[in-house]
Design a binder for this molecule. Sequence first.
Ligand SMILES: Cc1cc2nc3c(=O)[nH]c(=O)nc-3n(C[C@H](O)[C@H](O)[C@H](O)COP(=O)(O)OP(=O)(O)OC[C@H]3O[C@@H](n4cnc5c(N)ncnc54)[C@H](O)[C@@H]3O)c2cc1C
Length: 399
Amino acid sequence: MFPSDPEVLIIGAGAAGIAAARALRAKGTSCLVLEGGPRPGGRAHTCTTLGAPFDHGATWLHAAGRNPMTPLAQGAMNHDEVRERHVWLGTRWADGAELAAIAAAEDRFEAALEAARTQPDRPVSEIAPRGGPWDETVIHWLCTQIQAREAEYLSAHDQADNALEGPNLLLPGGIGALVAGLAQGLPIRLNSRVERLDWSGPGVVAEGAFGRIRAARAIVTVSTGVLAAGGIRFTPELPAGHQQAIHDLPMALLTKFAFRCQDRLGIPPFHTLRRAAMPGRAGPMGFILWPFGRDHLFGFVGGEQAWALSRQSPEDTLRAARAELESILGPVPLGQALVTGWGTDPLFLGSYSQARPGGAGARAVLRQPLGPLRFAGEATALGLAGTVGGAWAEGEAAA
Ligand SMILES: Cc1cc2nc3c(=O)[nH]c(=O)nc-3n(C[C@H](O)[C@H](O)[C@H](O)COP(=O)(O)OP(=O)(O)OC[C@H]3O[C@@H](n4cnc5c(N)ncnc54)[C@H](O)[C@@H]3O)c2cc1C
């Protein structure tokens, strides 16, 4: 069933690997995808444990107007049109004027990022507006939560280069299900983890428990977390420039959790809850209630707090999430729950890459071809970095 003598080996069956395999198939070039895990999709993964589709990884197709996956996403809905924002201030909800002031603080943050493009690259924490009543809240939401890494570790240039505008699309069936569907019929060998990759030439040889497979070229789509941890041993070693690029693109961590809850608490679907940052309290988490009118809510915790929780048990994350939710809504009759484990899974070791301050050029370096080797994935994307659409475009480009 699998080609015995493929021209191209693709390592990893996430969005980038699947896009590369589809593009090669369209060109009539034989390829084989070696996937270390038991399923295709990688960081796009939909499960139905809670009785309805829930995405463990990618949730939205951002920047839908320029996202290469938009034309593939039948039935997607524009979340921006139904999203209602509610911000808890500790004892009451923010009123209309306060919500407008928060939106204005977000606009000032985005403008500061844009302005930072013309200066030497610095940490986002150094260019972000400070001193206003909402600035700390906005920095927490836009950096620690959405980018899953604290502002002091983020390159302002990389953030500006990869800023994501709307529309943000949600898929009723899940992004993971979409990506897995696009993998159908492709030559993907599951549970085939590549441990060594010899590119001393001619061609490449991949080795693992599956044996040895030779090809003329390889496209490597594993995360920079896997690369940095030595998940694949390269012979010869990667050149210094590529090693530096991997170092400069460390993985951030966003953990998602979800709870079943049949009592809708009188709250309408798609209700979005967040709390303002408060001195002496851990940073706020974000919640989305009853997506598509379903009996569950889900939420996010990012950055150092997510890494700290990932070193504890999943129950600790769920306890923290529950405490955060109940500090806003009071007691909630939560049922079955789940929590993602991207930080500790050796096939990922984080959620998505974020360039270190001064490292904004690393994505362009990592995507430079190395003889028969080419790296592709969210980490090499220029403009949609960190996203499933960026990974898809990079897989196609590498092919
Ligand atoms: C919690 C979370 C929320 C997110 N939210 C969004 C969002 O809303 N919108 C968005 O666009 N993006 C989001 N993302 C990011 C998006 O999911 C990723 O950027 C994208 O899916 C990455 O695709 P990829 O092909 O580059 O890498 P991956 O999906 O990681 O694919 C690489 C594959 O390589 C495999 N692999 C690893 N090591 C080996 C090995 N040694 N041998 C063989 N195979 C190996 C892995 O199992 C994996 O399947 C989110 C991610 C997470 C984790």
